[in-house]
Ligand binder design. Sequence first.
Ligand SMILES: Nc1nc2c(c(=O)[nH]1)N[C@H]1C(S)=C(S)[C@@H](COP(=O)(O)OP(=O)(O)OC[C@H]3O[C@@H](n4cnc5c(=O)[nH]c(N)nc54)[C@H](O)[C@@H]3O)O[C@H]1N2
Ligand SMILES: Nc1nc2c(c(=O)[nH]1)N[C@H]1C(S)=C(S)[C@@H](COP(=O)(O)OP(=O)(O)OC[C@H]3O[C@@H](n4cnc5c(=O)[nH]c(N)nc54)[C@H](O)[C@@H]3O)O[C@H]1N2
Ligand code: SF4
Ligand SMILES: [Mo]
Length: 659
Amino acid sequence: MTSRTIKGCCPLDCQDSCSWVAQVENGRVVRMAGAPDHPITRGVLCAKVRDYETRLDAPDRLLHPLLRTGPKGSGLFQRISWDEALSRIAERYSAIIAHHGAEALLPVNFAGSLGVVQRRALMRLFHALGASRFHGSICGQSGNALAAEGHALGFDPEEVADSHLVLLWGTNLLTTAPHSWHFIKAARERHGARVICIDPRRTRTAAASDEHLSIRPGSDAVLAAGLAHVALQEGLADLDYAKAAASDFDAFCEQVAPWTPERVSQLCGIGPNTVVRLARELTEARPAVIRAGIAPQQTQDGETFVRLLSALAILGGHPTRRGGGLMIETGPDFHEARAARPDLMPSPTRSFDMARLGETLTNDALSPPIKGLMIWGTNPVVTQPDTGRVRQGLNREDLFTVVIEHVPTDTMAFADIVLPSTMQLEHFDVQGAWGHHYISVNHPAVTPRGEAKSHGEILRLLARRMGLTEPALQESDEAIAAAALPERVELEALKERGWIKCSPLRSMLSPRVSLRTSGGVPLPAAAPSPGHLQLLTPKGHFFLNTTFADMRRHQQSAGRPTLEMSREDAALRGLGDGSMVEVRNDRGSVYAHLTVVDGMHHGVVALPGKWWNMAMAGPRSAVNDLTVPAWSPAGQPAYNETFVEILWSCPHQTGHGAG
Ligand SMILES: Nc1nc2c(c(=O)[nH]1)N[C@H]1C(S)=C(S)[C@@H](COP(=O)(O)OP(=O)(O)OC[C@H]3O[C@@H](n4cnc5c(=O)[nH]c(N)nc54)[C@H](O)[C@@H]3O)O[C@H]1N2
Ligand SMILES: Nc1nc2c(c(=O)[nH]1)N[C@H]1C(S)=C(S)[C@@H](COP(=O)(O)OP(=O)(O)OC[C@H]3O[C@@H](n4cnc5c(=O)[nH]c(N)nc54)[C@H](O)[C@@H]3O)O[C@H]1N2
Ligand code: SF4
Ligand SMILES: [Mo]
């Protein structure tokens, strides 16, 4: 028996970017463990990934290229060879370019794999062809916009151990970035730091905190304005620092002046005394970290939310101390664009907001219209807002769609050609992170299952088939990965060591940022009628967005699609634990089992986990069938501004395939 251990890293869209060790015996991965000496991972993989090797041989794993044989969306395909798949793609893309120009092609990608080869390599092909591009994000786009203005949205999370107060603002860290808890625990032990969690739901993170403030969703900007009001009125703010850091400090003070604790309390559902106490704790801590999640950005006022949290961090002078400041996301010095090679574009091409795919694909006014797509690392039929319109677009007979995937997804069902992609245990890759400062390497542990190929290999094959001679389109996966490394990191050293900490250089001259919000302090979205409840769609503990929702073990761990409701709202409707309910609004309906929970803000329901339709034998449960087509000015989908009615539903009406 041969046995060896291989160093790799988790490619999923999670802030922890863990390093792992795969134990391989006789060509099979028999065990996975977190790298024991990695400062973030510390030997432990999460509840989703601890048996990641089982995904290699999942019963639904895509092993061969496929050609669609049934209507779009039906999921009917036949196996074809790579040779045929490449020829068909090359022919169709070439014909589209000949008739409509290269801008009729559009790549669509998100963060399904954070590996730079899996994520960016194929962009070289589209850039070289002169295809349309995409920008924006379905994740934290409000934060991205504020970071672009110069706001500091993160720092080395290991410094959190030196924080004296941890304010968790709309984040469920024990589910979504569980390893970050090491540093919160250390802050408690070293400095007696208090941990306060502001969340409409009593999550496992809220339960593990010292205090849970159950806030009305979307009223965070109001609360932040109230905290600033108290800090300024009581003379607690670090005025010297705030005046130096802000370009419009006086205007900001004027803006928050009307937000008295009493007024804030009426909108947020948090008592006025608590608002005052929180303001004092937050500004007096030396320092405090405001650790915010992505979910509270998911409103039409996402940018205002982030701006006000940045203002609170500045008012307390927190960024001047180790362990203090606003923390939403942070990453190592790593240059993904260099791997994507936008310089290969023959001339600047048009770009579409990736968070509005439905709109782009159904827009008759586009010239040229989008005629050819390639989708990888994202499952837009489940994760985009306005999924009805996404499906309508993907249903177009004149649209040629290639999907590269691991397993059949709701999106893959609309493909003309499907290409099987390697999983992280089967390919070489390198990645940055969005929650810490390590660059990680991933060595392949086993050879690819079936005929799966890495995206670097797909790039090289397709470029050759299309007759493209640009040398960058033939570079090896290692060369593509190396392009993203900063000058101070050698690929060979990274391959050897597994990870290298590479904090971004702190700019000595941070720009003065604007704290005043345009359009005032936004009020929370209101229900369209009294019976409606606000629907939150938080992350599931056992899924990574839509990934793993097809896996039996993960489904069993997650239970079933579940709607969380407060005791008060359930009693009002005569609903009890376990009732099958229809969650509906004028956009559609999904089904879930009700669970009555404590600590949930009244008027709010939550359906955790991105369940999808194809992976499930039962009724529809994909939440974005319900979410509103609304975006913030920067393009953040306002998933949270969705209101629904809840109806008791007879089991026989919702059996297999109903809805
Ligand atoms: N297990 C697991 N981990 C994940 C993911 C996953 O799917 N599963 N996804 C990854 C990704 S892509 C991301 S972006 C991150 C997201 O990480 P988080 O932002 O931490 O995740 P969410 O569960 O979306 O939201 C966190 C909390 O915000 C609360 N919330 C919702 N609306 C509001 C509001 O208006 N105000 C306040 N104060 N709180 C609100 C929700 O109740 C929820 O408990 O997690 C990553 N990690
Ligand atoms: N209602 C609602 N909608 C949301 C959210 C929400 O909280 N509520 N969250 C939003 C957020 S924060 C995010 S980040 C997005 C996530 O949206 P997506 O990125 O679309 O979701 P994922 O499930 O992460 O999709 C990853 C897909 O990539 C595939 N994949 C993974 N690795 C590879 C690979 O190596 N090669 C290929 N070819 N495919 C791979 C997986 O199999 C999976 O199908 O969803 C957004 N949508
Ligand atoms: S999903 Fe996150 S916590 Fe789990 S192994 Fe991957 S990086 Fe670590
Ligand atoms: Mo995300």
